[in-house]
Write a protein that binds this ligand. Structure first.
Ligand code: FRU
Length: 581
């Protein structure tokens, strides 16, 4: 009995009681976190955190362990240090062992060494992420907010996580910026810098415009006057109530100099509707785009409208993610190129649908706002996964990374205008141990093994491919377990493809094995750049005319590069292989 009492007092539980449908446990907070045990297949339990100052908080859905513990998630309780809080487990009368296993701790192991944790891509410190949100530059910092479930590595409890970077390659984590409230979960959206104080929250206030996903989807705003460190939700939310459209979300807002107002691109089922506002608080419908053009095989999500210079003129690009209905199944991001007069977008005649990335793993990407004019780049980043299997990929303490940041430009690929995407120049600073390999003519096969002296799974390959008269040829990353990730050029069908069927773990979803094809224009030279980071490959051909992003989960690092040809000899030159730190 004495021992039992002692255990109870060190675990800080002062009281556990059952009130009808709910179980409540009081904790006297003496440490930074309460660690919650998670079992992903266990049913969700609604947990409400309350203290004497904060009552009626929204409840979080947590897969609280019932039979075994997959991993832990930290509930940050620092702000209640020395005080009492209550966790209410709603509608829970049966015994869930996880409740008794909740433990206080001053430390949490974020496990950045997990096998498939990327090293030079953004990942959340722990738990789940999907879309990038609120991407905006302010005073030397690129802000990256992101769809975040703070309480597990599966989708749920949508909030905005937050990180900043001064160089787009290393990120500093900041506390979760926006948490669900009585209007709903915090779905995707954007952020602007209110340079002229149009909204009245202060000059240069950072204002987030997001979808509250409650009974309906509505657009809300929140503002920060401390460079995004803390946000206050606007008292009169929503600023754009739902007009009766089920899918009414993902506002991307920017200042439009032509119509002299804020313009919001909003995904409205299978179109994008544009709204205008003088102050971010009152919105008027301007126009709608999308009927009868592009892909409509799924719901339109996460639009972004921005100008890009092309041959001295301004063109406008409209990005729209779609799920399902991607060119290779599941989620993907299409784009339109045209003109925007401040109110209406008109697309040029091009062979739509066109896709920003033909891989299976680049979704919901948008661009940074407020990048200084003297920089002038249009910077993009996407979520490196696909709704077909995002919740099942074999990672543990976290799920999903972002793509590397890319610069978008318009180029003619020899057939028509395309939206080109290429790693930002800042990525080059991560190269170490650059090694050059001899040029080769490939008749049937050639092998570079090992690719690198030491290979932790983070590397880059650059090379120039000259097909000569060959039609079908390519290369494969391989390991000693017989696993491979194959990249194939086929100039007769005019497709470039990635095949990951033999790339290691594919068992977690029936949909992971689907192939990926991108249209290929016949050329004499293909410049290839391939970035590999533990479990992802991003390939850019001809400086980004073709971009493809693919996850893969090898059971051993792939440290061999095989070249093959199926019909005639071809050449590979200027091969450079770098470790990436
Ligand atoms: C896209 C999306 C958005 C939505 C968010 C919810 O991946 O479905 O439309 O706002 O994810 O997490």
């Amino acid at each position: 009995m004495l021992i039992a009492l002692f255990l109870i007092s060190i675990s800080c539980i002062s009281q556990k009681k059952s009130t009808g449908e709910n179980i409540q446990v009081d904790y006297q907070i003496q440490s930074s976190y309460l660690l919650l045990p998670i079992e992903e297949s266990a049913p969700e339990v609604k947990i409400q955190v309350s203290s004497s100052e904060s009552k009626d908080q929204p409840a979080y859905d947590v897969h609280l362990a019932k039979n075994h513990i997959d991993y832990w998630v930290p509930l940050d309780v620092k702000k209640w240090m020395g005080k009492k809080i209550t966790l209410s487990f709603l509608n829970t009368t049966d015994k869930i062992s996880g409740i008794d296993n909740i433990k206080p701790s001053d430390k949490f192991d974020f496990n950045f060494n997990e096998t498939y944790r990327p090293q030079f891509h953004f990942t959340p410190e722990h738990s789940w992420t999907n879309d990038p949100n609120g991407m905006v530059y302010l005073d030397g910092e690129y802000h990256l907010f992101f769809q975040y479930n703070p309480f597990g590595s599966m989708w749920g409890n949508m909030s905005w996580g937050h990180a900043v970077s001064t160089d787009l390659v290393s990120w500093t984590y900041l506390p979760t910026a926006l948490m669900p409230d009585s209007l709903g979960a915090i779905f995707s959206g954007s952020a602007v810098i209110d340079v002229n104080n149009t909204a009245g929250f202060g000059k240069n206030a950072m204002i987030a415009i997001y979808t509250a996903n409650g009974k309906t989807q509505q657009e809300c705003i929140a503002y920060s006057t401390d460079k995004g460190r803390t946000f206050t939700k606007y008292a009169h939310n929503p600023v754009l109530p739902n007009p009766g459209i089920t899918d009414f979300r993902d506002p991307k807002v920017s200042w439009n100099e032509v119509s002299n107002q804020w313009v919001m691109a909003l995904a409205t089922k299978q179109t994008v509707t544009f709204y205008g506002s003088p102050n971010l608080k009152h919105w008027t419908r301007l126009s709608e785009f999308g009927d009868g053009i592009g892909s409509h095989a799924g719901v339109w999500e996460c639009p972004d409208l921005f100008p890009l210079a092309y041959q001295g003129k301004t063109k406008w690009v409209l990005i729209v993610s779609i799920n399902p209905g991607g060119p290779n199944g599941g989620s993907a991001t299409q784009y339109f190129i045209g003109n925007f007069d401040g109110k209406t977008f008109k697309a040029d005649a091009l062979p739509y649908p066109l896709w920003i990335d033909y891989g299976r793993d680049n979704y919901a990407g948008v661009t940074w706002g407020n990048v200084p004019k003297q920089d002038g780049r249009r910077l993009f980043l996407g979520w490196m996964s696909n709704w077909d299997y995002a919740n099942q990929v074999p990672t543990v303490n976290f799920r999903s990374a972002m793509t590397i940041p890319r610069q978008l430009t318009l180029v003619n690929n020899g057939e028509h205008l395309v939206l080109n995407s290429f790693p930002v120049a800042e990525m080059n600073t991560l190269r170490t141990n650059i090694s050059e390999k001899p040029d080769m003519e490939i008749n049937k096969q050639a092998l570079i093994s090992p690719l690198l002296k030491t290979n932790n799974g983070c590397y880059e390959i650059e090379m120039t491919i000259k097909p000569q008269v060959a039609n079908v040829f390519g290369f494969e990353l391989q390991n000693t377990k017989g696993e491979s990730l194959k990249f194939n050029f086929d100039l007769s069908t005019k497709f470039f493809s990635i095949d990951r069927r033999k790339s290691g773990r594919i068992d977690f979803s029936d949909k992971f094995k689907f192939g990926m094809n991108a249209p290929l224009v016949k050329k004499d030279i293909y410049q290839v750049r391939l970035l590999v980071d533990k479990a992802s490959a991003e390939i850019f051909i001809n400086k980004g005319e073709i971009a493809m992003t693919s996850l893969f989960f090898p059971t051993e690092v792939m440290n061999q590069l095989k070249f093959y040809g199926e019909d005639a000899a071809w050449k590979v030159e200027n091969i450079k292989v770098n470790n990436i730190k």
